[in-house]
Design a protein around this ligand. Structure first.
Ligand SMILES: *Cc1c(COP(=O)(O)O)cnc(C)c1O
Length: 347
């Protein structure tokens, strides 16, 4: 029995069509700038999101690092949310490698950073303080779509105070697809509307888009030229990386609109888990479902993840479980997850 892996949307394997695209990709040496598949991908993602230029990098972590270090100098600071990947989950890279100080802020329940808190965190030009240089936001954040009106206000506030803006859009296309469904518009147009508010955007190809490896940083020509130097220092300048860029390019052509199916499966799981005593389901906005265990369910939490794994259902968490849907999950798998949860709690 093949396990249904809901630990993350990073676990997808390339489809046969994606492998064929990788196998057929024309290759060069990207450090010399002559890998045609890398160049084509960079042009495609920059054009799609409305930027002058883009840089293909191995990981989302490196994409954010190149972004932050391209905006900030040693002794600058970036304002960021406590739960954002580029503060909490990247080993403190911007501080370690760039001497760029983070100024973390708490999130509001919808994932946003309060405008007043952002404004209050911006330091005056005074030798006591690090130089407030950058506002970094993340969308989606824990599967939540930050409201478009908020993104407009937050980026306008940053600009009015002379700060640059960076979006960690590892799951930008999940946000865009959800927003497109709500507005009756097109996912690519929504992705471009969101991205257009920021000076730089990082996007992951190896999350819901289903490529094995890769991320891109998008920005102005000048910013991407600086980022290229940082990528080199970070050891992320690759050679025949067109074999990977081809997978990302295939994902952009074929795996964007289908994210709606992942979102529908997350809703199916949420509905299937509703009504189990002590199992509180947070209605999912995209492909990530959080479930909090309270009361009697919390007391039984210790063995849950292992018990689910024995039923071929992989998830993470203890009192707060996370289930992530993706390309390699189908309705039958979701129904197996629901059945395993109900059996465990005898609901
Ligand atoms: C996954 C992720 C990243 C980068 O992850 P890598 O594992 O380095 O590719 C960055 N930001 C967010 C929001 C992510 O979810």
């Amino acid at each position: 029995m093949k396990a249904i892996d809901l630990r993350s949307d990073t676990v997808t394997r390339p489809t046969d069509a994606m492998r064929a695209a990788m196998g057929a990709a024309p290759l060069g040496d990207d450090v010399f700038g002559d890998d045609p598949s890398v160049n084509a991908l960079q042009e495609k993602i920059a054009g799609l999101l409305g930027f002058e230029a883009a840089l293909f990098v191995p990981t989302g972590t490196q994409s954010n690092l190149c972004g932050i270090l391209s905006h900030c100098q040693r002794g600058d600071e970036y304002i960021v949310g406590q739960m954002q990947h580029c503060y909490r989950w990247e080993g403190g890279g911007a501080a370690v490698f760039g001497s760029v100080q983070p100024q973390p802020l708490d999130h509001q329940p919808d994932g946003t950073l309060a405008l007043g808190a952002i404004e209050g965190a911006i330091k005056p030009d005074d030798p006591h303080f690090a130089r407030s240089r950058l506002l970094a936001l993340e969308n989606t954040l824990g599967g939540k779509v930050l409201p478009m009106a908020y993104l407009q206000q937050a980026t306008a506030l940053a600009r009015s105070k002379g700060l640059s803006t960076h979006l960690d859009g590892a799951r930008l296309f999940n946000a865009a697809v959800a927003q497109a469904a709500a507005n009756g518009s097109d996912a690519r147009a929504e992705a471009r509307r969101i991205a257009g508010l920021f000076d730089s955007v990082s996007v992951c190809f190896s999350k819901g888009l289903g490529a094995p490896v890769g991320s891109a940083l998008c920005g102005s020509k000048e910013l991407i030229a600086r980022a290229r130097r940082i990528r080199k220092m970070a050891g992320g300048a690759m050679r025949q990386s067109g074999v990977l860029a081809a997978a990302a390019s295939h994902a952009l052509d074929h795996h964007v609109d289908r994210l709606a199916a992942d979102h529908a499966l997350a809703r199916r799981l949420a509905e299937g888990l509703a009504g189990i005593e002590g199992v509180q389901v947070e209605p999912p906005q995209t492909n990530i479902l959080f479930v909090d265990l309270v009361g009697p369910a919390r007391e039984k939490s210790a063995g849950l993840v292992d018990a689910l794994a024995r039923e071929g259902v992989l998830a993470t968490g203890l009192y707060r479980l996370r289930f992530v849907t993706h390309l390699d999950v189908d309705a039958a798998g979701i129904d197996r997850a629901i059945a395993a949860m109900r059996a465990y709690f005898r609901a």
